[in-house]
Write a protein that binds this ligand. Structure first.
Ligand code: ADP
Ligand code: MG
Length: 240
């Protein structure tokens, strides 16, 4: 589904991603972990061209993401992204948050978009909140709306950048549960997370980044129990 080959990204002369080659298969959940500043967010942002790679190639479903200068907009529409700080539209209701892009970008009829949005809100347990404004929601509810909003575009791939890091501890589970459901439904997902429990339990593969280098990747059962590199071992000792 996604193939990344020799991806480099520099900001000025600071090389933040160094020669990353990997792939994510359809239906796989990949967790990206590593120390702060190791390039996890930049990597994720390159996957949907929120950052332009300095060099290298990214294929999504066999199509080169960098085909045109601005990236291939049709492919980019197939990629949903969820951020640490939700980024909901504050002046729109929950329902409008979900229907805005499908109507505006995909040209869906309002009635169709509304229907689909309601189904998604049910799925994330927020059916009763469709008329609420984001400011009246808890962090966990906001993040579930953000996930539903991304799903409203019917993406093939979902990217999550530390989706639970800004939440109070008691709200982490409700968001992870929605993500687990999504994983079970067969969604292809790349998840930057500090939730090692999620990585262990849900991910098919773990990518460990350090200083912009993909130091190690493997299945969670192996990675968490017997990491191959000292750098991964040191990191795991600190976070587990
Ligand atoms: P992580 O998500 O693993 O914490 P990031 O991908 O956010 O790491 O950042 C990796 C490195 O790139 C950091 O040193 C950060 O300061 C730098 N960086 C990230 N975004 C930018 C930017 N827009 N301009 C300059 N430097 C950046
Ligand atoms: Mg980050």
């Amino acid at each position: 589904m996604i193939k990344v080959e020799k991806l480099h990204k520099s900001f000025g002369n600071h090389e933040v991603l160094k020669n990353i080659t990997t792939e994510i298969k359809k239906g796989q959940v990949v967790s990206i972990i590593g120390p702060s500043g190791s390039g996890k967010s930049t990597f994720l942002r390159c996957l949907n061209l929120l950052e332009t790679p300095t060099s290298g190639t990214i294929w999504i479903d066999g199509k080169n993401l960098m085909d045109s200068k601005k990236g291939n907009p049709k492919i980019r529409q197939q990629i949903g992204m969820v951020f640490q700080h939700f980024h909901l539209f504050p002046h729109m209701t929950v329902l409008e948050n979900l229907t805005y892009a499908p109507i505006k970008v995909k040209g869906e009829k309002k009635a169709v978009a509304d229907d689909k949005a309601r189904t998604l809100l049910k799925r994330v347990g927020l059916a009763e909140k469709e008329k609420a404004y984001p400011s009246s929601l808890s962090g966990g509810q906001k993040q579930r709306v953000a996930i539903a909003r991304a799903l409203a575009m019917e993406p093939e791939l979902m990217l999550f950048d530390e989706p639970t890091s800004a939440l109070d501890p008691e709200m982490v589970k409700e968001v992870l549960d929605v993500m687990k459901d999504l994983a079970k439904s067969g969604m292809t997902m790349a998840v930057v997370t500090h939730e090692m429990g999620f990585a262990r339990e849900v991910a098919d593969r773990v990518l460990f980044l350090d200083h912009g280098v993909l130091v190690e990747e493997g299945v969670p059962a192996e990675f968490f129990i017997s990491p191959k590199t000292d750098r991964a071992r040191d990191f795991l000792e600190k976070v587990l």
